[in-house]
Design a protein around this ligand. Sequence first.
Ligand SMILES: C[S@@+](CC[C@H](N)C(=O)[O-])C[C@H]1O[C@@H](n2cnc3c(N)ncnc32)[C@H](O)[C@@H]1O
Length: 378
Amino acid sequence: MISLLEVKRLGKEKSAENLSKLFELYDSITDIDIKREVVSSIGRQTDKKSVFNFIKTHVFDCGCMDLVYQMYRTLLYNYRFDDNFSTLKTEVEKYYDNEIIYKMKRFYEYKHSSKNQQANKTKNKIQSPLILKGDSKIELKKLEAGSVNMIFTSPPYYNARMYTNYKSYKDYLSQMKEILKECNRVLEDGRFIIINVSPVITKRPGREFESIRYPIHFDFHRILTETGFYFIDEIVWIKPESTVPNRVGGYQQTRKPLSYKPNCITESIMVYRKQADFLLDKNIAKYNFVKEDSGDFDTSNCWCITPKSDKNHPAVFPEELCEKVLKYYSFEKDVVLDPFAGSGTLGRTALRMNRIPVLCEINPEYIKLIEKGLYGNI
Ligand SMILES: C[S@@+](CC[C@H](N)C(=O)[O-])C[C@H]1O[C@@H](n2cnc3c(N)ncnc32)[C@H](O)[C@@H]1O
């Protein structure tokens, strides 16, 4: 069987002879990785008429999407110079109408547009720590679009703690969505928003009623994707079992099936990226990063961290969690936002790690904690 390297060589050395050899290979080869390379090598050939006829013959019934994407790629690189390619490109987009074709199209268009240059321009940078006092829905509007480099937050858990007040779960999600929209606007294209949430349960109104358990992270996935972010990773924060409420006691005593309720020792750290028509490499390339730290780092998506309790706030981040998020998802001197800042743990950690915090908090008592943490006793 012909090797991948040999196929690549045929693609690079363009000739009528190579093109017929590649057509023969397309018909005879069954290995899909090599066949994909054959399609890509056909796309590089100079006899555009034959290349076009090949794609037109195969693109709607080749039976493998990997091959379709290679053919579509050739259409993208040729459509601006040839009407036939342009018409076929539109037909392929209509026929397949899927997210990968859509993303390829956007990446290609971006690459050839003036936006490509604009993305490199630095915004008016926030130079020092900032506390926004009030509702994030309103306060975030004061920030310039794209002025924040990372967002890490833990939203109010629907009716789980004293500080929440929503008419319904629907109302809660709709308010969260409003704020996520603002988060999307202020975040730089292609950068990360990281949200810490876990399911919550509301208290039973009486023993005769059932409580309701809300899978907040599932619903956050929906509102995050609806507001212009896409899924990157789920990191699972694992806590020592001794630190969480005991739910398994009933089953422990009775061993009755259906009564089983495990102790919940995990929370979700949802990692999403703001939509951008370019690769993450472009975000990274803006920094003159010099590797200094060769110490330990987390190799898996399970992070074991002991939760922290605080006499002044019912749900604070452990600093260790903020440290990890800041280390993996932001650079030094980045502007990092927490739209539900609480006692300001992210802000204090960010300052220590040479980032610029922007914190928004609605509760005046917690704002005092933030001020104390950022500026000392004032
Ligand atoms: C889970 S706590 C965050 C705790 C924080 N991570 C810490 O380490 O202290 C959520 C915070 O969001 C605040 N909050 C709730 N709704 C808000 C809103 N619309 N705008 C700004 N802050 C809000 C609450 O007062 C609460 O302090």
